[in-house]
Design a protein. Structure first.
Length: 369
């Protein structure tokens, strides 16, 4: 449990706590007052009880001071009306342990034990003192357990937010990084040949336009899934945007990168049908790896090898460049995160034997998934 967790009483629970407190101290109106004349003693007891109930409204706003006030007034009530019992103090201790960190609420437990057990122990009522001690420990434990449970739920909510942010960042990085890289290369090629070969320049511009349209289509689909709060659906029905890429789209990806200046050869092995999520992951890893080849590797050729078995997709992307295919960005980390989410692995680095840079991914799935 993190001590940074902040618990607040909602208005509904504050009203419920006030009602419970009123019920617990109501018997003071009819129980016998000890050691004082009936009328003044009853007025004092009623004032203490009313002060306890009223103070509860600000318990989570000034918890230490209010808790101390309730302990003092509770001890006073115990002296005046022993039959009343310290029930309200136990309720407040439980709430205090729920709303405050354990290190802070422990002193409240100690103060409660002294306040409720001290008077009866001084009168040698050992059995009752033992009962109040057990009740104090139980109240504190119940509150601390509730706090731990709420803190765990809050941590899970925060983790879910971080994971969703990571997913969005990976998708946007994969779509935009690849497309922008291709567009930059094509635009540069068009500029180089614009005067001496207008036809070739026009073709490069068309490929730039096609890449931009493809990226826009993928972004629309992705933003639609984000607004709906669902994971991207690779087989979205009803024509609501284009489908997410699969292994079948690797040919188109290879053609795009080839048109941008790096000759890509695609090798396929196996004819098993991988789940849509695994296919999307493999495509994105290949897309990012080829984008890095295009941007950083100074390569002329690249090979993409896909082996599909009944339990996994084995992907390898290799280039003949200078071994710097990773670049300096977050691409490798993003690819590794994708593989890890599927329970797979990914390695990337220069190949000292064959030269160039190689990315290998193992993406498993359960049979029948």
């Amino acid at each position: 449990m993190g001590d940074g967790y902040q618990a607040r009483l909602s208005p509904k629970w504050r009203r419920a706590l006030l009602l419970l407190a009123a019920v617990l101290v109501a018997p003071v109106l009819r129980l016998e007052i000890v050691g004082l004349p009936a009328v003044p003693g009853r007025l004092v007891a009623i004032a203490l009880a009313a002060g306890q109930v009223t103070a509860l409204w600000w318990l989570d706003r000034a918890p230490r001071r209010i808790f101390a006030v309730i302990l003092v007034t509770g001890a006073g009530l115990q002296l005046l009306v022993p039959q009343l019992g310290p029930g309200l103090v136990f309720v407040v201790l439980c709430t205090f342990a729920w709303s405050r960190p354990a290190g802070e609420s422990l002193w409240g437990l100690g103060a409660t034990i002294i306040a409720v057990c001290g008077p009866v122990a001084a009168q040698r009522h050992w059995t009752l003192a033992a009962v109040w001690l057990a009740a104090s420990l139980l109240a504190w434990s119940w509150g601390a357990l509730g706090r731990a449970r709420e803190a765990r739920r809050e941590a899970e909510r925060r983790q879910a937010v971080l994971e969703e942010r990571g997913r969005i960042a990976r998708e946007l990085h994969d779509v935009l990084s690849h497309t922008v890289s291709v567009m930059v290369v094509q635009a540069a090629a068009a500029d180089d040949v614009f005067d001496r070969n207008p036809g070739q320049a026009r073709e490069a511009i068309r490929r730039t336009e096609a890449a931009g349209r493809e990226a826009l289509a993928e972004l629309r689909n992705f933003l639609h899934t984000v607004r709906e709060g669902d994971q991207p659906d690779p087989l979205r029905p009803g024509g609501e945007g284009p489908p997410q890429p699969t292994l079948a789209d690797l040919d188109r990806l290879a053609g795009t990168v080839t048109g941008a200046g790096v000759a890509v050869t695609l090798h396929r092995e196996g004819d098993a049908e991988a789940p849509a999520g695994v296919q999307l992951c493999a495509y994105r890893i290949a897309q990012e790896a080829l984008t890095n080849v295009l941007r950083h590797a100074n390569a002329a050729e690249a090979d993409v090898i896909v082996r599909v078995t009944g339990t996994a997709v084995e992907l390898e992307v290799r280039d003949d460049g200078d071994g710097s295919g990773a670049g300096a960005g977050n691409g490798i980390r993003g690819m590794r995160e994708r593989a890890t989410l599927l329970g797979g692995t990914l390695t990337a680095g220069s190949d000292p034997e064959r030269g160039g840079f190689v990315v290998r991914a193992h993406l498993p799935w359960r049979a029948g998934a």
